[in-house]
Design a protein around this ligand. Structure first.
Ligand SMILES: CC(C)(COP(=O)(O)OP(=O)(O)OC[C@H]1O[C@@H](n2cnc3c(N)ncnc32)[C@H](O)[C@@H]1OP(=O)(O)O)[C@@H](O)C(=O)NCCC(=O)NCCS
Length: 154
């Protein structure tokens, strides 16, 4: 005889999204951003914590079955007109369950910045961001790229 059928676990039941920065697992974010992405590896753990502290909003997600942080994004903003999306990731073991879409949706559509203009830089996952209205910039967008080396840390 078999036991009771386990309840169906949907993505939304298993993964909980939040925007409370006190719930973030900073060690997990630092570990991911310093080892698993192409864009953040130069930043120290102190830099990453400072960048999060200086961000306007964060969104994280945990796997409620393990308590593990599985997704993160942060945004920089004046809180009124424009926001910049940064450090978006889903850990490899949780990819392919639409968590990336949910993460961006929570940050952009389900927060106080839904009416803002949004910007981001990324070499990857353009297909994800296009679903949220991101397009190639037009001729009104100017960017000052980093023209000075990053100063050495004290
Ligand atoms: C990009 C990332 C956040 C997507 O997470 P995910 O949970 O696997 O994504 P989802 O399951 O929600 O898929 C979202 C959609 O974007 C698409 N997508 C996902 N990764 C993509 C990529 N690298 N390039 C293009 N499209 C991508 C998916 O095909 C899917 O499209 P669909 O709706 O037509 O099926 C995740 O792969 C990741 O953390 N990658 C490493 C870090 C990174 O590249 N971050 C983005 C740059 S800031």
């Amino acid at each position: 005889m078999t036991g009771p059928t386990p309840p169906t676990v949907t993505v939304d039941d298993r993964y909980e999204f939040f925007d409370d920065r006190d719930r973030l697992d900073y060690d997990a974010i630092v570990e991911f951003l310093t080892h698993h992405v192409y864009w953040g590896t130069w930043r120290s753990p102190t830099d990453i914590r400072a960048a999060i502290a200086g961000s306007w909003r964060v969104v994280g997600a945990v796997d409620t079955t393990t308590g593990e942080l599985v997704a993160f994004a942060r945004a920089i903003s004046d809180g009124v007109t424009v926001a910049y999306l940064a450090d978006v990731f889903v850990v490899p073991s949780a990819r392919g369950h639409a968590l990336g879409k949910k993460l961006v949706d929570q940050m952009i559509e389900r927060g106080p910045g839904a009416h803002f203009r949004w910007l981001l830089h990324t070499a990857d996952a353009h297909g994800l961001y296009k679903q949220f209205g991101f397009v190639e910039p037009d001729e009104t967008v100017l960017e000052r790229r980093r023209i000075r080396p990053i100063p050495p840390r004290p």
